[in-house]
Design a binder for this molecule. Structure first.
Ligand SMILES: NC(=O)CC[C@H](N)C(=O)O
Length: 305
């Protein structure tokens, strides 16, 4: 497996030049554009790593999967899906157009920015700091990594430049999707996106999802299986933004990407996969990362179809 990871990384390095680092969050432009890493964690606890698997990057949109699980645990399905839909948009992840033009006025799904901000507003707690602490503790539990922290510079950079997210959040307050404290909800969202991880942490999240919410090490149920099923389905239908359909055909497993260059993927009952490649395609997915996971899926016949 180690050898396979190494050759997949080498074979796909050429794609890096087809992409760019994201411009709209200035701090992300400091990433190492040619970093490439991959980790695999199998359900029998084996871990395999290659390339820049120790390189730290911010989790970004991949965090939306975890915040959704926490909101579902705390509020239940009825509350959550009263306010956020279940359908892919076919639009870019930061698009706001359907928020107003399609009735009822609610974000289409929890994997686009609007939906994820609404989900972050549902996390229970007296202050946004308390909510972030709880989310971070949840991330640490799922990854088994107590050292996970927030990259303050990325957080501040997002907060400073996140006017589109801010606009959507205020709109959602107006239509009742967000009930209170817009700025606090945005802060939770910006901070969860700024959690720093490695491909190893991401692969562990993938393994946890593949294992239906049961902690690999302790055997403890951390999240109800029915919520894991919902999260994996959203990853499948909406996780790769407006490239989710193409990804489903070419790769065929639930995945979620982030503009930090990460991709989380999960092979139900088998393994979790974490990928890093900060150079992004036009839709915001890791340009080499998508090819790497395609190769892995073809080699081991991972597609669920
Ligand atoms: N696609 C992403 O990873 C987007 C997350 C980023 N924090 C944003 O709000 O735009």
């Amino acid at each position: 497996m180690q050898e396979v990871i190494k050759s997949i990384i080498d074979d796909n390095r050429k794609y890096i030049e087809n992409g760019v680092l994201p411009e709209y969050i200035p701090e992300l432009k400091k990433a190492k554009k040619d970093a490439l890493g991959m980790s695999i964690v199998t359900l029998d606890g084996e871990e395999y790593h290659g390339g820049d698997y120790q390189y730290k990057f911010t989790i970004q949109s991949i965090s939306k999967v975890i915040s959704l699980l926490l909101a579902l645990e705390e509020k239940g399905e009825a509350y959550v899906f009263d306010r956020v839909g279940m359908e892919p948009t076919g639009d870019p992840f930061n698009s706001m157009v359907k928020l107003e033009t399609v009735m009822p006025s609610k974000p289409f799904n929890p994997m686009i920015n609007a939906g994820a901000i609404a989900i972050s507003s549902m996390i229970e707690g007296r202050s946004s700091t308390g909510k972030v602490e709880k989310l971070l503790a949840f991330f640490r539990q799922i990854t088994g990594n107590p050292a996970l922290t927030i990259n303050e510079n990325v957080y501040l950079s997002e907060k400073r430049t996140g006017d589109r997210n801010r606009a959507m959040a205020y709109f959602m307050k107006d239509v009742g999707v967000i009930e209170k404290d817009v700025e606090g909800s945005l802060d939770v969202y910006f901070k969860q996106c700024s959690i720093e991880v490695t491909t190893k942490d991401i692969a562990r999240i993938g393994a946890f999802l593949a294992n239906d919410g049961i902690d690999l090490k302790t055997g403890k149920v951390l999240v109800d299986k029915k919520y894991i099923k919902i999260a994996k389905t959203f990853m499948f239908t909406c996780g790769m933004y407006n490239a989710s359909g193409e990804f489903a055909i070419n790769v065929g497993i639930p995945a979620k990407s982030g503009v930090g260059g990460g991709i989380l993927a999960t092979v139900p009952g088998q393994m979790g996969i974490g990928i890093l490649g900060p150079s992004l395609d036009q839709k915001g997915n890791s340009v080499a990362g998508v090819q790497m996971i395609k190769d892995l899926s073809e080699k081991y016949k991972l597609s669920v179809f």
